[in-house]
Design a protein around this ligand. Sequence first.
Ligand SMILES: Cc1ncc(COP(=O)(O)O)c(C=O)c1O
Length: 398
Amino acid sequence: MPASPIRRLTPFADDAKKRGVHVYHLNIGQPDIETPPEMRDRLKAIQEKVLAYSPSNGTPGFVDALLGYYGRTGFALERDQVLATTGGSEAILFAMFAVANEGDDVLVVEPFYTNYSAFATMAGVRLVPITASAENGFHLPGREAFERALTPKTRAVLLCNPGNPTGTVYGRAELDQVARFCRDRNLFLISDEVYREFVYDGLVATSALALPGIEDLVIVVDSLSKRYSACGIRLGCLVTRNEDVYGACFRMAQGRLSPPGIAQAIAVGIGEIPASYTRNVVVEYQKRRDILYEGLGKIPGVFLRKPEGAFYFIARMPVSDSDDFARFLLADFSHEGRTVMVAPAAGFYATPGLGRNEVRIAYVLNCDDLRRSVEVLGAALDAYGTQPAAAASRSASA
Ligand SMILES: Cc1ncc(COP(=O)(O)O)c(C=O)c1O
């Protein structure tokens, strides 16, 4: 199993905190936004005397709430097309197990959400990367790149839209291209849409559920974690209009018994959350994105295209080894008692050597903290650039 590149540097962050250094966490997608009261109030109201198992596909109340959400999003789905899961994470795992046998291939556009590697390892699946370029804002490469990556063992394409770690929102034409490829090659399209609402500058994220001609090939991965700032609730769902896929995933769901019951009792509240909640959250994230985009753009040698969605982006840094730089930030540097934690980007690529001069940044802190983080990062790059000997010795001892 690969170690999580997002969490790997945590011991260095813990040491920095012990030394009294304040660490701004730009490395992990844990939002600081409040979970809506429509969910929190239900938590307080829980009176059950027995915390029981629930149905494997989700409680009727939670499935209804999910169907209601999809209805409002423009998709009329049936009960046996939406399966409640323990986070989007379990939905990804179920999807991989459902579409591929051990030794099969799944195409994925890199850089990608790093935990896909972990899930692929668990499922015995090989992730075959198709590389997107920073210059192009990490938008989808042309069909030739998909054709080149195809093998006799390819079973699916795995996309994340809006994208973690890139912040890219694929346009309709790009998605149509993938849909045609999947239809022509009879491949499943696993579409991770856990950031569906997080799109900026008036953009709209197109769900794979809206793509015509591949209805039975689409598997959508969804989650309550980010949409309702409720990562700890551990609930999500898998959506498919393919009966066989639903059946296979349902049997996997029976094997793991049920998603968390208390969580579902809380989650039925999602139907009561006003649309203004999401609108306000999106406005806040857009503000944060702008602060980082403008701030980082002023630091010499830093390169990024303007992120369009989610709350992450990949930035190229004027360093040759972002792993070493991330460790330097935590172990050897502070600016007025503060430092930042970033995720080195190599772990978001399957192709060895890529991402070595990039970091992933998450903007889940308030605007003031983000402004200070930019200042710290600028000072850190200045300091790092003048310490080549120290960097070399750190690399040697790592
Ligand atoms: C792209 C993507 N998919 C899935 C997940 C997993 O979410 P969950 O908390 O629902 O398991 C995450 C979490 O960060 C994510 O970024």
